[in-house]
Design a protein around this ligand. Structure first.
Ligand code: ADP
Length: 303
C-alpha cells in the first residue's frame, strides 16, 4: 500500500564536553551506530504501525549497510527494492556537546545514486502504491521522478528543502513541513527570499501555501502540535491538532515518526485531520525514548 522512496543512513553519534576547534583532537564517548535517514525512518514508523510498506533506496557495500537496515528488516517491511551499490552507505556523523547542541555532517553515499534513471526498475512498484512518501534526502531528479510515477496519494516531506519543481510541490497531498521548512517552501512558490516572519506566523504561512495551490498542508509545530490545512476549490479549512503533553527525552526523528504514521492512516482511508491526530499520539511516544528508529512504537504500544 505504502511505498517510501528515500534515504537510508547509518548515524554515528559521539558525545563531547565541547565541540573541537579546527585541528584539535578531543576525547569523546558514545560512538554507537544506529539506523537513520528520513526515508528509512518513515518506512520503519509506518511498518511498525501495521502498514504494508516497501522501501525504495540504496545502501553501500560497506559494513554500515546491514546495521542501517536492521530494524527495518525485523519490522517485516519489504526491502526488495533496496539495492546495494559500490561505495559507502549514507552516513550522518553527529557530535553532541554537554549542552545538547549538535553538529551534523551528512555523507550522502549510496543515497546520491537515487537519481531519476535509477528508478527505472521500480516504476511499477511506485505507480502501484496507494500512498507514496518522499523526503528531501535523495537527488532532486529522483524525487521528481518518483512523484511523477505516483498514481496514488503523494506525501511530500521536503526535508531538507531543495529546489523542487513547483508541480511536484503542489502535487503533494499533504505537504508535511515544520515551521522552518514551511517558510522556505513558501518562498520558493512565491519566488522571493525566505523571511523570518514565515516561521513566526505558521498559520499565515500555511494559508499562503494553500493559496499558492497546495492541496493540503500539515505544518508541524513541535510540542505545540500541528496545523492541518486542506483546500477544496476556493474553500480552505485549517484545524489545530494539539500535541500530546509528555516529558520529551529526545525529539530526534519525531517528525519522521509523525509522517510515517500519517502515511499509514491515509492509506487506510482516514481524513487528514484524523490521520494527524493519530500521528501526534505516535510521535508523543517516540519523543519519550532516546534515538530515532529505536524510539518508534508498535501498534500494541499505542494501546
Ligand atoms: P521536526 O522534527 O520535523 O521539526 P516537529 O518537531 O514539529 O518535527 O515534531 C513533529 C511532531 O512530533 C509534532 O507535530 C508533535 O505532534 C510531535 N512532537 C514533537 N515534539 C514533541 C514534544 N516535545 N511533546 C509531544 N509531542 C511532540
Amino acid at each position: 500500500d505504502i511505498v517510501v522512496v528515500g534515504s537510508i543512513n547509518a548515524d554515528l553519534v559521539v558525545r563531547v564536553a565541547r565541540h573541537p576547534q579546527p585541528g584539535e583532537t578531543l576525547h569523546g564517548t558514545g560512538g554507537g551506530v544506529s539506523p537513520g535517514g528520513k526515508g528509512a525512518n518513515q518506512a520503519l514508523a509506518a511498518a511498525l504501525l501495521g502498514g504494508h510498506v516497501a522501501l525504495v533506496g540504496a545502501v553501500g557495500d560497506d559494513a554500515h549497510a546491514e546495521g542501517a537496515l536492521a530494524l527495518l528488516r525485523a519490522s517485516g517491511a519489504d526491502l526488495d527494492a533496496v539495492r546495494t551499490v559500490p561505495g559507502p552507505t549514507g552516513l550522518a556523523v553527529v557530535t553532541v556537546d554537554a549542552r545538547g547542541e549538535n553538529t551534523i555532517v551528512v555523507v550522502p553515499g549510496a543515497n546520491a545514486t537515487m537519481t531519476a534513471p535509477s528508478l527505472d526498475g521500480d516504476a511499477d512498484t511506485v505507480s502501484a502504491a496507494r500512498v507514496v512518501v518522499l523526503q528531501g534526502e535523495i537527488p532532486r531528479d529522483g524525487i521528481e521522478r518518483a512523484a511523477s510515477l505516483c498514481t496514488g496519494r503523494l506525501i511530500l516531506n521536503p526535508a531538507p528543502v531543495l529546489d523542487l519543481d513547483r508541480d511536484v510541490l503542489l502535487a503533494a497531498d499533504p505537504l508535511v513541513v515544520n515551521e522552518y521548512e514551511a517558510g522556505l517552501v513558501l518562498a520558493q512558490l512565491v519566488e522571493r527570499p525566505a523571511s523570518p516572519e514565515d516561521a513566526d506566523a505558521p498559520e499565515a504561512t500555511l494559508r499562503a501555501l494553500l493559496a499558492e495551490g497546495a492541496a493540503s498542508v500539515v505544518l508541524t509545530l513541535g510540542a505545540a502540535g500541528a496545523l492541518v490545512g486542506t483546500r477544496s476549490g476556493v474553500d480552505v479549512d485549517v484545524e489545530h491538532v494539539p500535541a500530546v503533553a509528555v516529558d520529551a527525552v529526545d525529539t530526534t526523528g519525531a517528525g519522521d515518526a509523525f509522517t510515517g504514521a500519517l502515511a499509514v492512516r491515509l492509506a487506510a482511508g482516514d481524513d487528514l485531520a484524523a490521520a494527524a491526530r493519530f500521528a501526534a499520539r505516535v510521535s508523543a511516544l517516540a519523543v519519550q525514548r532516546e534515538g530515532a528508529q529505536p524510539s518508534y512504537p508498535s501498534l500494541e504500544e499505542l494501546g
